[in-house]
Design a protein around this ligand. Sequence first.
Ligand code: C2O
Ligand code: CU
Ligand code: CU
Length: 496
Amino acid sequence: MNRQDFLKTLGLGAVASVTGSSLLTGCNTHDMSGMNMTPGMENMRPSVTEIPFTTPLRFPETITNTGQLTAKSVIDAILPGKNARVLGYRGGMLGPTIRVQNGSDVSLRFTNNLDEESNIHWHGLLVPAEMDGHPTQLVQAGGSFTYAFRLNQAANMAWYHPHPHEKTGKQANLGLAGMIIVETPAERALNLPSGAYELPLVIQDKRLDGNGAPTYSPSMDDVMMGYMGETIIVNGVAGAVQTVSTRVYRLRIVNGSNGRIYNLALSNNAPFWLIGSDGGLLPTAEQVTAVLLSPGERADLLVDFSKVPVGTDVFLKSNTFAGASSQGGQAFNILKFTVNKAETDPFQLPAALGMVSPLSTASATKTRLFDIGIAMEGMNGMPMRGMHTIGGKTYLGSRIDESVKLGDTEIWEFDNSKGDEPHPMHLHSTFFQVLNRVGGRNTLYATEKGWKDTVLVMPGERVRIIAQFTKPGLFVFHCHNLEHEDDGMMLNFRVN
Ligand code: C2O
Ligand code: CU
Ligand code: CU
């Protein structure tokens, strides 16, 4: 019997609640009785409710190398006309999109105006350990810290979010996250769609109360599955619509959700090109009809609207998918594109994109095995806090779990063969390549042909990755399901 069946059998409901004060005054749990477990409750999937796609998609302001990011409570509308209290780094929810050139110096001043500790992690930027937003590098309420680093990496899409242990899920869910785009001359030379034809998109799901405000109060059930919401938002708006011309668009997508996985596809079933993933461009474009994207992962897509008749709507949607016990059973729309203008398109798909030279397994000095499928159960098999583990351990900030020699290349294996929940495993400090996947889906995907920092390990799977560790210092690796992470599914590693 798995943990969910235990819960069903025991009728265990509303066991867990958020500890600590609510960040938002007037932000109480709304009636999520359907989300809690009651005896006989059959449907545990938080299903998506679509609203009409009528609100113009918006894009956060863009900043470059310097600026101020202040975590604070702000008023913004996720649902049309419903101003609500959320968290953000500037005027509304989310934060600015940071567009920077590789090789340049970045200096961002962070001020914490929350009533609890926070910090910023730059997910997908290779920064020095002391700038990485490690869970022990906290900025107390009222405090400030300047994150300063020089970029040295390939062009990619990264993102940023808080990383205070046990509070990441709440702060990110209530609105703290932002997108980052790193550019290089090599990428610019490819003449990929840019300007109005390049759309950075952060996809999230929220559990909204009657006032349209996100609420965060995970039950034990939510801790097991990840905190999923009924409302899908893109760049902070639900029911978003974007007008497009008959051209190729570059969609740069980050899954900024706490726990929800999307199986991205187009409503007209048209194929599209996957050109990049977490760490940058793939060697060549991969034609796909769907891309599975788990929390933390990015997908760089080219979508061709040139054959779509003017006046037609095409949705970016999530198709159903199998293999994840607690989700995937529902298809839903995410974002509406309305083709409203005929234009000729000069775009030519380049034959070669990024550089991904395979790391050789022969160069690996060590293989580490991590069992991520162990579910800790308390008395009588009942789930408890800290049930999500890596190698049987939950996070302890003061403990160094793994020591890696600086410069070494290693193979890490994540073993979810005994587990019953999907785990998107994320490493700080480096990008990796996915070597293989055994069990479960038993294959590698187009997104896994490039540099990755997050890899989805479904129930039943063992996934092997290879990475070189070139940044010294203390970092974490963890499950990017933020409820699992906050529940302790994170370990420290030191490189030196
Ligand atoms: Cu996006 Cu350690 O996380
Ligand atoms: Cu990260
Ligand atoms: Cu997990």
